[in-house]
Design a protein around this ligand. Structure first.
Ligand code: GLN
Length: 453
């Protein structure tokens, strides 16, 4: 776990070089089966040597010596930023994204670029041009997506922490399916500078890890105002790690309106029982909250994604970046480009996109109302278990996985996933949602759950 690892590194019990070497060995041993990494950072061992010097002189940063895997849609100078697409197969990052600069400034070591659904469009990790990622926690089943490689690399112990992006659940869904912890921050909490846009009004970069402390620490490092991203927040970013364990009265809500949408009762039961446990350790009871119109979330989310994705992919015309996207992408990416082109036509003005924006406001309001009565809302992460590889081919069936996660992106609030046990042989994650910029409440609640284990 990250806390113990960091103290080992500080005390000199292990060196950054040892840590990186261990992970390089694990990757060599395991990754031909898991397929989490698209590219391993060849300089990782060298970078570790530099960090060791700093550790010796007592000048090392907060992440000193930790191995961090990066989703392949986040720019790292000199490493392939492929978005797991043939269109960007040979494209290398020309600069470090804000989050990468911040990680490096605190002496975190970039372990490599990990697999994902192509251009972050997906729920399973199966649509990568570089092949599907396997689920280390439930062999034969999908790891979830789109941050499939981030979650699998963490779950298979091939790095300390990972960063991913979440536009409609891409951190939370794979965290749930792989049995780990993932945090999707509030919109504007973490700079998107250097992230290849999927749908810019919905997405954000967040963290995945095996423990709450690790997630909290990485969140502390990557969040904050950036001069390169105008929507980042100016309000003081909490020191999440020092907040952990502080006595706080937090109230938990659950909603029948979400329950109705859960197609697998066993998942709801597992999540309900974990939420009950959380309320108990917090010294309260689970309250019922009304969540109107959340049944419209998928229909609201997808038109917005299609239009924004279409717009953001116009730069991939084969001139500046890689190959022309339409001629080199998979089915799902093409569906969104063509769909986005269609519904953003002038003659459909107001019909789809505008309507979706109105529904988005209604859902946002519904959360604001609910949060007047509770601090956190507990719900499942996905309404179904991770399917077996290749089992889901209908896009509507795939989109249905997003029913519980897209709500947070529509409302711009923060959310996280904590393991809630297993159903059949597959991990199930409890999803907790908190109001915008209340990440510390989220992390605190998860910390309580972790202590209770
Ligand atoms: N599954 C959702 C989609 O395909 C979410 C993806 C994401 O968060 N990047 O749009």
């Amino acid at each position: 776990m990250v806390f113990a690892k960091l103290s080992g590194l500080k005390n000199g019990e292990i060196t950054a070089s040892d840590n990186i070497k261990d992970y390089l060995d694990f990757i060599k041993k395991k990754d031909n089966k898991i397929n989490a990494f698209i590219a391993v950072n060849k300089n990782a061992a060298e970078d570790a040597k530099e960090v060791d010097k700093k550790l010796k002189s007592g000048k090392a940063g907060k992440l000193a010596g930790l191995a961090i895997a990066v989703k392949s849609n986040i720019s790292v100078k000199g490493l392939p930023v492929t978005c797991a697409s043939k269109a960007l197969e040979d494209y290398k990052g020309t600069f470090d994204a804000d989050v990468i600069s911040k990680i490096r400034a605190e002496d975190g070591i970039i372990m490599g670029m990990v697999n994902m659904d192509e251009f972050a469009c997906g729920i399973s990790g199966e649509t990568s041009y570089f092949g599907a990622t396997q689920n280390p926690a439930a062999p034969g089943r999908v790891p979830g997506g789109s941050s499939s490689g981030s979650a699998a690399a963490v779950a298979a112990d091939m790095c300390d922490l990972a960063i991913g992006s979440d536009t409609g659940g891409s951190i939370r869904n794979p965290a749930s399916h792989c049995g780990i912890i993932g945090i999707k921050p509030s919109y504007g909490r973490v700079s998107r500078y250097g992230l290849v846009d999927m749908a810019m009004s919905l997405e954000g970069i967040g963290t995945l890890g095996r423990d709450v402390y690790g997630n909290a620490l990485l969140m502390e490092v990557i969040s904050g105002k950036s001069k390169f991203d105008a929507v980042t927040a100016d309000n003081k970013v909490g020191k999440y790690t020092t907040e952990l364990g502080k006595k706080k009265k937090l109230t938990i809500g659950m909603s029948e309106d979400f329950e109705k949408l859960c197609t697998d009762r066993r998942i709801y039961k597992a999540v309900e029982s974990k939420a009950g446990k959380l309320a108990e350790v917090l010294g309260g009871k689970v309250r019922n909250v009304k969540m109107q119109h959340v049944d419209l979330a998928i229909q609201t989310y997808y038109p917005i994604v299609y239009v924004e994705f279409f717009s953001s992919t116009r730069k991939f015309d084969g001139r500046k970046y890689g190959r022309k996207i339409e001629d080199n992408c998979g089915e799902e990416v093409l569906r969104r480009i063509l769909g986005g082109r269609e519904i953003s036509k002038a003659e459909y003005k107001g019909k789809y996109y505008r309507k979706a924006l109105i529904a988005r406001k209604i859902i946002t309001k519904s959360f604001a109302e609910a949060f007047k009565g509770v601090d956190l809302i507990a719900l499942p992460t996905t309404p179904m278990l991770p399917h077996r590889m290749g089992e889901v081919t209908d896009p509507r069936a795939a989109y249905a996985y997003d029913a519980f996660t897209v709500t947070a992106n529509l409302a711009g609030i923060c959310g996280g996933v904590f393991p809630a046990g297993k159903v059949e042989d597959a991990p199930v994650g409890l999803q907790l949602l908190a109001p915008c910029f209340c990440e510390s409440n989220l992390l605190n609640a998860m910390h309580k759950l972790e202590q209770d284990l």
